[in-house]
Design a protein around this ligand. Sequence first.
Ligand code: HEC
Ligand code: HEC
Length: 151
Amino acid sequence: MKKLLSVVVVLGLACTTSINAEEVNSGGVESLRGTATLDATKKAEEMKRVIKDKNPIARNYVHQPPMIPHQIRGYKVDLNSNKCLTCHGWKYAAETGATKVSMTHFETRDGKTLSDISPRRYFCSQCHVTQADAKPLVENTFEPVESLGND
Ligand code: HEC
Ligand code: HEC
């Protein structure tokens, strides 16, 4: 038993060392950070400029969280308050002109409909992001769905 244990420990150690070695050297494979080695800190990308108050960008596929067509700087969402809901909540939507959060935002993950926003849809920016003129990170052949208003 003791012998088996020490074999396991030695094997474990061998594995960790080889993983560490790989982490430092990318082996020439280029990732989204370029060819920087994994232990080097690369300069952060410039922040994207948020496109201010434009018409919403058409959705690309069914079930896509729509992009946010306005600035959200300073809009706080925490345990005590949710700035987004002061316009997008059903109570305020008519008066503010904001789109109401849809029914799915009241559903729990096991399909129950709550009388207020579901905890899994409370932190809006987990899914919704502001619009920015950003190039695709990798070349791709994705085509948006035509029936959702894309030409
Ligand atoms: C002061 C009111 C106000 C606040 C606060 C606000 N919004 Fe909005 N939002 C609007 C209005 C008005 C529109 C509609 C604009 C339009 O259609 O041109 C809108 C549009 C949107 C849309 C697009 C909806 C669609 O139909 O495509 C999303 C998504 C959105 N907001 C998310 C958010 C999130 C997330 C927050 C919080 C970080 C937030 N909003 C805070 C007023 C607000
Ligand atoms: C877990 C992801 C997720 C979170 C968190 C989330 N949403 Fe959404 N939202 C979606 C998706 C997906 C859609 C489009 C399909 C749908 O309605 O479910 C959507 C749609 C919307 C729409 C458009 C509704 C319509 O009828 O066209 C608004 C407005 C919106 N969300 C606002 C919010 C606000 C405000 C919050 C925070 C209180 C929030 N969302 C949190 C995923 C999310």
